[in-house]
Design a protein around this ligand. Structure first.
Ligand SMILES: [Zn+2]
Length: 421
């Protein structure tokens, strides 16, 4: 009875194979579910942008949360706990980068990229820069971003929490020249705007992005106010923030009139500072601004232009400075992923040149985005009960803003996602 025997062997082989798969799945799940219990001792801690620094501190982390923070001399570390000796280091909350893209070709097929390669890519662009949260502000293939997010959330690769706007909407004939030959959904009336926003939300978007001013290569096309307003109203009905790529003053005015939540860039193309009334409207309507200053510098450099005293940079600095001085909410963001230079040093330096101090920049990295994106109860600060999202730096950012880039450890929900060895 050879056929029965073969059948039996086959069944047995399948059974063993299924057992192996279950074991691998169990291991992956365990890896994802178990966060390291961790004590970090000896650092100077900046618990929040407002709070006084705490020298020689101990922070105790259990199950991904901060449970205690105190002075090393008064707080004992539980036995058998992994300890990071952070003497000589500086601790802040985990950073947010509110403007990133995973659009370079190396991210394609995110569901099948080998773990080691994917981890190295994330390390290079995100983890080693201190980011524990990122907002992706445009993908042409949103399913690919979700695949990447799922692999991080399952604990398969170390990385930040990812939110994303999906595919942005532009005015009629407004697909930006720099994404050609691809085209974005073009919206000319309110009904289409509502339908397109609904489609993005259904696909899993946790934000919406509009090009209120969109450079199509010949001109900058401005979105109609009623179209932008309909999109914002729909997104807000689902509690989702709306980001805008403004390009021009007209694009900024449409954003203001529509009541959006965030400008994804300053808008220096016309080489003039924002008017007083524009600034006051942005502030009064609580429209936050992501500067992306280095991206403007990088664009000039990649086109062979001189950046010293360039009016594009001068204007970008003016707009951010005027907005910040009037009380505006700044969210740190670099447009990395569109910009292929991942270093954050120049962004910190330019923010300082625009007049932002240490605490303002820390706020733009931590509490401001946590508040803007509805996570203020769980992240942004180092305090008992908060998620253990932590950055350890080798130099004091209060002395020089560029030191925000001197990342030695990045910890996301109690898990070390980067350590400089
Ligand atoms: Zn961008």
């Amino acid at each position: 009875m050879p056929s029965i025997k073969i059948n039996f062997e086959l069944k047995n082989a399948i059974r063993i194979f299924m057992k192996k798969i279950l074991l691998v799945m169990l291991l992956l799940l365990t890896k994802a579910a178990v966060c390291q219990d961790l004590a970090i001792k000896g650092a100077v801690v900046y618990p929040s942008p407002q709070a006084k620094p705490m020298a020689n501190a101990v922070v105790i982390i259990k199950n991904g949360r901060i449970v205690r923070i105190g002075e090393y001399s008064t707080l004992s570390i539980p036995k058998n706990m992994q300890v990071i000796d952070a003497s000589g280091m500086y601790m802040t909350g985990g950073y947010w980068n509110s403007h990133v893209h995973f659009m370079e070709t190396k991210w394609q097929g995110a569901d099948t990229i080998a773990v080691a390669r994917l981890a190295a890519q994330l390390n290079d662009m995100v983890n080693s820069r201190g980011f524990t949260h990122v907002f992706d502000l445009a993908e042409l293939d949103f399913q690919n971003l979700k695949a990447l997010r799922d692999r991080i959330d399952k604990g398969e690769v170390p990385g930040p929490s990812i939110r994303g706007v999906g595919v942005p909407l532009t005015p009629l004939n407004g697909s930006p020249f720099y994404i050609r030959p691809a085209k974005l959904p073009e919206v000319g009336d309110t009904a289409t705007a509502v339908a397109d926003v609904m489609a993005q939300i259904k696909a899993g978007a946790t934000g919406i992005k509009l090009f209120t001013g969109s450079p199509n290569g010949r001109e900058v096309v401005t979105m109609k106010v009623d179209v932008a307003r309909a999109a914002v109203k729909t997104a807000h009905r689902y509690g989702i923030p709306v980001f805008v790529h403004p390009s021009t003053d007209a694009g900024v005015e449409v954003a203001i009139a529509a009541g959006v939540d965030v400008l994804a860039h300053v808008a220096p193309d016309a080489h003039r500072d924002w008017s007083r009334s524009t600034i006051m409207s942005l502030v009064q309507k609580h429209i936050a601004v992501i500067p992306t200053l280095k991206m403007f510098q990088w664009s000039l450099l990649t086109n062979g232009a001189d950046t010293a005293n360039n009016p594009l940079i001068t204007t970008a600095l003016q707009q951010l400075g005027s907005y910040y001085k009037a009380g505006g909410v700044v969210l740190f963001g670099t447009d990395v992923g569109y910009m292929t230079d991942y270093s954050t040093v120049a962004e910190f330096e330019l923010m300082s040149r625009a007049g932002l101090h240490f605490r303002d920049i820390l706020q733009s990295l931590t509490t401001a985005p946590a508040k803007k994106f509805g996570s203020v109860a769980t992240c942004g600060r180092i305090a008992p009960g908060m998620d253990a999202d932590i950055v350890l730096l080798t130099a004091d950012p209060a002395q020089d803003s560029r030191n925000f880039a001197s990342v030695a450890y990045t910890i996301s929900k109690g898990r070390i996602i980067y350590s400089r060895q």
